[in-house]
Design a protein around this ligand. Structure first.
Ligand SMILES: C[S@@+](CC[C@H](N)C(=O)[O-])C[C@H]1O[C@@H](n2cnc3c(N)ncnc32)[C@H](O)[C@@H]1O
Length: 259
């Protein structure tokens, strides 16, 4: 199924859904902050950077603190995501970046390319706005990332809406570690890969149920169907926790530094 930009904008109408999903990783061991990793991968002489799909600005805040003389512009297609981000910010689409050729030394695209309808077009935009020798830093999920919770949510959604229904995990898989190198190597000469893996042990159903509720806008069906999905998922988790102390899965993030 094609990417539906309205579904995406609906989910990112405010920062709450993304923050809810990110809080699931509070249970990860070792505790890794992807922002620390990104901060170590950007050029040390950063002057002018665009953080495309910046969300609520967690990367951008860190880069501004680390590089106080640099200008770092936050760009997002969803205006509500930018509400808490300090300027300079701009509402724009990764497929048509309103900056001239050769203007940025660094572009960030962190966990956002799987939402973009034409990934190759966005990558060519990143190439166009980057100065010669500039750096693109991309992050996304490993191909097997969070397999158990995704299977759990897919069972609940498909048991109510049918086997063929759209599942948000299918969208995320459009740009993961299995296919990202092909997209990136088509546009950039050098693509370096970095990876961080951790084990997430969730001790109660609540955070997993919150994650499911946070993807409501990506799930087909009316509110009563979604209530049934939530009930189905809750019953499955109750059965799981009746026999186990935790719900465990691997969280694995990949970063690509491209030049
Ligand atoms: C999973 S969030 C990641 C946010 C941030 N980069 C981070 O890692 O915390 C994806 C973000 O990409 C934005 N986005 C989705 N499609 C976009 C597009 N075509 N152009 C620009 N931003 C887009 C969403 O609004 C959302 O804020």
């Amino acid at each position: 199924m094609a990417v539906d930009i309205e579904r995406t904008k609906g989910n990112y109408a405010h920062a709450g859904n993304l923050k809810s999903r990110a809080s699931l990783y509070d249970y990860r061991k070792p505790q890794i902050d992807p922002v620390d990793i990104a901060a170590g991968l950007v050029p040390s002489d950063l002057r002018f950077a665009l953080d495309v799909g910046c969300g609520y600005g967690r990367y951008l805040k860190r880069l501004r603190a680390d590089h106080p003389r640099a200008t770092i512009v936050g760009i997002d297609a969803a205006p509500g995501m930018l509400a808490e981000v300090e300027p300079p910010v701009m509402v724009a689409d990764a497929q048509a970046i309103p900056y001239p050729d050769d203007s940025a030394d660094t572009v960030l695209a962190m966990h956002m390319l799987y939402h973009v309808p034409d990934i190759a077009k966005a990558l060519n935009e990143f190439r166009r706005v980057l100065k010669p020798g500039g750096t693109l830093l991309v992050s996304t999920n490993d191909h097997d990332d969070m397999a158990e919770p995704y299977a759990h949510w897919a069972r609940a959604i498909r048991s109510v809406l049918g086997a063929e229904t759209f599942f948000p995990g299918d969208e995320v898989a459009k740009f993961d570690s299995a296919n990202a190198p092909g997209y990136l190597e088509a546009v950039f000469d050098s693509v370096e890969r970095f990876e961080e893996r951790g084990l997430v042990s969730v001790p109660e159903p609540g955070p997993l149920m919150d994650y499911l509720k946070s993807i409501r806008s990506f799930v087909d069906g009316d509110d009563s169907a979604f209530e049934r999905i939530v009930e189905t998922a809750a019953a499955e988790l109750d059965a799981h926790f009746a026999e186990h102390d935790v719900f465990e899965f691997e969280k694995a993030i990949v970063f690509y530094r491209c030049r």
